[in-house]
Each structure stands twice: as C-alpha cells, then as structure tokens.
Design a protein around this ligand. Sequence first.
Ligand SMILES: NC(=O)c1ccc[n+]([C@@H]2O[C@H](COP(=O)([O-])OP(=O)(O)OC[C@H]3O[C@@H](n4cnc5c(N)ncnc54)[C@H](OP(=O)(O)O)[C@@H]3O)[C@@H](O)[C@H]2O)c1
Length: 316
Amino acid sequence: MRKRPLGKTSLEVSELALGTWGLSGDGYGPVSEAEVDRVIDRALAVGIDLFDTADVYGRGEMERRLGKRLKGAGPTFVVTKIGTDLDELPAKKRFDPAHLRTAFERSQERLDRDVVDVVLLHNPTVAAMRSKEPLAFLRDLKQAGKIRAFGVSAGSADVARSALRDEVDLIEIAYNAFLPGDLHEVASDVSESGAGVLARSVLAHGLLAGQWSPDREFYADDHRMHRWNRDEFRTRIRQLDALRPLISGPVVSLRSVALRFVLANNIVSSAVLGPRSVAQLDQLVREAGMPPYLHFTTLAELSGRLKHAGIEVSAG
Ligand SMILES: NC(=O)c1ccc[n+]([C@@H]2O[C@H](COP(=O)([O-])OP(=O)(O)OC[C@H]3O[C@@H](n4cnc5c(N)ncnc54)[C@H](OP(=O)(O)O)[C@@H]3O)[C@@H](O)[C@H]2O)c1
C-alpha cells in the first residue's frame, strides 16, 4: 500500500482509505456486523491505515465499532466529522462551540482514543463558514494536543474554498470522473495552502463501477433512490461510454478507471473508498494500480470525451 503526505500535516497516510458510511447501514441499507468487522480487518491486512467516519454514522455505532476493532491494531489514523445534533428531532446541523465540544468528547469516548487524529466539520453551509468560531474551536483542540489535524468536509467548491482560506489542514470533498469540477475549482487554493485532500465518492455511489442496468431499482433505505430520476439515471448510465475506451491492459474495469482517475491527481492525499463487503474492498485494492495510474495523454483525451458527454469537467 503506497502512502502519501496528508497535506502540510506531518502525517503520512495510505493512499486508499476505508470509508464507513455504507458499512454503518446508513445510506445504502444494512450490512451484517460480522461483515463490517471483516471489512475493517481486511482493510488493516492490506495496509490501509486511514479510516473515515462521522459521529452520525449509525448514530455513533460506527465510531464505537472502529474504536474496538482498531484497538491494538498498530498505528492507524481516524478521521471523524461532527456538526449534527441528533438529540434534536429532526436532526439539526450545529457548529456552535458548545455543541462541537460535546460532540467531540462523545466521539473521543466512542473511538476510545486519547488523541483523535483528524476532526472535520461535517457539511457546513457557506453561511455557517462565515462564523470563525467553529474552526477556531478545532484549532484550539489541536493546540491542546487533543487532535492532530482539522478541516472541513465540504459539499461544494464554495465551502471548500472558504475552508482553505481559513487555513484548514485538510478538506474532504466528492471527487470522481463524473464530478471532477469542485476539486478542480479549488485546486490552486489547495496548492497554495498546502492542505491535504480526502477524495470521497470515487465511484459516484457505485455508478462508476458500471455494473447497473438502466432499469435498476433502489429501495427505501438506499439514498440512491432519491439521487437520480429515471431519465437522469439512464443518461448517467449512457455517459459511462466516455470511460469505456480506457479499459485496456492493466486497467481491467470501469471501477479501475474510476479509481485511477482519482489517484492520478497528485493533490489527492487519499481516496476514501466505500466498499460494503470484503469482496468489494479486495476488487478496489487489486484494481487501484500504481503510478502514474493513468497516463497524462489518456487523462487529456478523457477530459475531452467527458465534456462531449455533457459532464462539467473543470471550472478553472
Ligand atoms: N459528507 C461527507 O463527509 C461524506 C459524504 C459521502 C461519503 N463520505 C465518506 O466517503 C465514503 C465513500 O463514499 P460513497 O459511499 O459515496 O463512495 P462510493 O465509493 O462512490 O460508493 C459506494 C458504493 O459503491 C459500490 N461499490 C463499492 N465497491 C464496489 C466494487 N468493488 N464494485 C462495485 N461497486 C462497488 C457500493 O454499492 P452497492 O452497495 O450497490 O454494492 C457502495 O455502496 C463513505 O463511506 C464516507 O466515509 C463522506
């Protein structure tokens, strides 16, 4: 497993990270506890040392599980995210320091770590980012030695840019061949600030694995049921044709194309994978490839093909 620096932090992390939203049962439907443990154990066995979670995944159960499973497993890094008040009904986004302090202390206890490696604000809006208090709170935690690094999980380029200008250590952002624009938009801010980048949703929630029929149905406990209407879904499936010519030689699948697209970008510190089984994790690890992942000329041609297929590639 290759390592990359996590931006300007002194941490070096595996270039593949294990994301745990899907494993928590939130988002995509249930996964058995035994399989969750097997996936975590398998990630460790293949050299993954970065684990991405959030206080809301499984209402804290995912953090608790990681805390147990990673105990004594050697050096690992956990990224968690806070900023949602689940005590409110319905749950409410809250980034005021009083809430963040309680949330952090609960996460720290569930993760069973004296020092939590990375804490991110979980999807703040641009308006929430205008208050300097949330990031000041995380900066204080870092100065007190309770965390090693902090940042923002950003749902848009505007939020990411605001975080980078506030000198966060890292951002987490959706980045994949069908959604490259947000990271491309802030790439120069990332380089200037030296921040790390965790790229998530590298398979566009499974779409880029290219295994779905245009008539695939999603069920009620799966967020994908609401993500695309039928016409959008069929268009997305058709757009996969822009990626197919890249399958050649060691690039054996669309999944491999998608993962290599992310890893080929050297401002990415780690690609946060979302496998929901050991089999899926093994496929991803096997097909990630090695530098340069995809050649520069291939990427340039791909950019043209994606634009032609109607995908917004870059805003600058
Ligand atoms: N706001 C945030 O901070 C935020 C938001 C989203 C995600 N994340 C983090 O990023 C992680 C990944 O996000 P994501 O769920 O959007 O990731 P993703 O990798 O784009 O999608 C995950 C889905 O891809 C499919 N998949 C995974 N491995 C596969 C394989 N080998 N072959 C075929 N299909 C495969 C699975 O779908 P099936 O279930 O259909 O098999 C899985 O549910 C999350 O677990 C979480 O840690 C953070």
